[in-house]
Design a protein around this ligand. Structure first.
Ligand code: SIN
Ligand code: CO
Length: 373
């Protein structure tokens, strides 16, 4: 199903994106859930799927982690089932990510879906990432506060909450409404009836993650072997002192390693195209041959991108699932980046380019694209 988002993106980016929370009333008109509560509960029974149950009774919070074997112990109130990266496991749900492609793909992370009974929610908290929370079936009251420093505490070792806050948004969301929350604005959702919520989560690395991953790349590629040299060394007053120009020179050695455009781009593409949750990869058995792929596409078959697969480009370089791919064909590479479903028409002459076809066949045999029907 195609989801049409009723949003003026320029206005939204200018006034709200990373700045202010906002409720986008009827963002999706006549919203239809892509998944049922039962299907969601079924997914949370799978080993590979990351899920949790959060409940509270008389101010005592409980958190349990999936996979779950049964839900028989749950009452009718005060619990919520949260399932991460559902777009990786449930193809119809991944359609909800499409309307958000006005934002760069590399900034978008995954789709978390929650099912909450009346009184259910994870309590007041802050998130480090922007999020669009779409209200599916049911009604839920959302409160959002100002991004002021708030004390955090753990009412359960796996649950980080904040102190009560004053609301700048306090609204009951109905199906199709969307709540956008930038990072660090405290919020809490309290279900008024059985309720499905879809969180399109963003991704933003911090400097620590970037530096640590780039350092790994330096080690793997055995870069930075040149040692510090000081042929111009002068006698000094204090043997214990490291002089300012020496500090600068040492710092510059680090900067020089980062300022190697080719290495930096290669690392960045691989780093940022890695998914943060497992993918549902199922390589075809037996693997396809190039001419079969060619024939199937010519016969009108279409290729579907695996849910959650990150396909990104930097300049003319293509990165898929943490790997630099030599696509051999610029137009073909662009089509892989742009579309989630690919047909022979879109590939045009790339389809008849043997090196590209061979790369495409490898990608299909890795389970990253599959024939749709
Ligand atoms: C939810 O309960 O569906 C969303 C949780 C959150 O606010 O991050
Ligand atoms: Co949140």
């Amino acid at each position: 199903m195609d989801y049409l988002l009723n949003l003026n993106w320029s206005d939204f980016l200018q006034h709200y994106w990373q700045k202010r929370p906002v409720v986008l009333k009827s963002g999706f008109k006549n919203f239809v859930d892509p998944i049922s509560a039962d299907e969601l509960a079924g997914l949370a029974m799978e080993n590979e799927v990351d899920s949790r149950l959060v409940s509270h009774h008389n101010g005592r919070w409980q958190v349990a982690h999936g996979p779950f074997e049964s839900y028989d112990h749950l009452g009718e109130n005060n619990w919520s089932l949260l399932v991460q990266a559902v777009n990786h496991w449930h193809e119809p749900s991944s359609a909800l990510m499409q309307p958000f492609r006005q934002l760069p793909d590399w900034r978008v992370d995954d789709l978390m879906i929650s099912f909450s009974v009346p009184g259910g929610g994870v309590g007041p908290h802050i998130d480090q990432y922007d999020v669009f929370i779409i209200q599916g079936s049911g009604r839920r009251r959302w409160r959002v506060g100002e991004n002021l420093p708030l004390k955090q505490h753990c009412p359960h070792p796996d649950l980080l909450q904040v102190a009560p806050f004053e609301a700048i948004i306090d609204e009951e969301l109905a199906p199709g409404d969307i709540l956008y929350i930038p990072p660090n604005f405290p919020h809490e959702g309290d279900s008024l009836e059985n309720s499905l919520n879809y969180s399109v989560g963003l991704r933003a690395p911090n400097g620590r993650e970037l530096l640590s991953s780039y350092a790994d790349h330096i080690l793997e590629q055995e870069l930075g072997s040149e040692r510090y040299r000081d042929a111009d060394l002068q006698p000094r007053r204090q043997a214990a002192e490291i002089l300012p120009h020496e500090v600068d020179k040492l710092r510059q050695m680090i900067i020089d390693l980062v300022q190697q455009p080719e290495h930096f781009t290669h690392w960045l593409g691989e780093f940022i195209s890695q998914p943060r949750h497992e993918l549902d990869v199922a390589p075809p058995e037996p693997p396809y041959q190039c001419d079969e792929v060619h024939q199937l596409l010519l016969a009108g078959e279409r290729l579907q991108r695996l849910g959650g697969l990150r396909v990104l480009s930097i300049g003319e370089q293509l990165f898929v699932n943490g790997e630099k791919i030599n696509a051999h064909h610029q137009h073909g590479s662009e089509q892989l980046c742009q579309h989630w479903v690919i047909s022979a028409d879109q590939l045009a002459d790339a389809l008849h380019d043997l090196p590209f076809l061979s790369t495409l066949t490898e990608l299909i045999n890795s389970g990253y694209w599959y024939f749709k029907d």
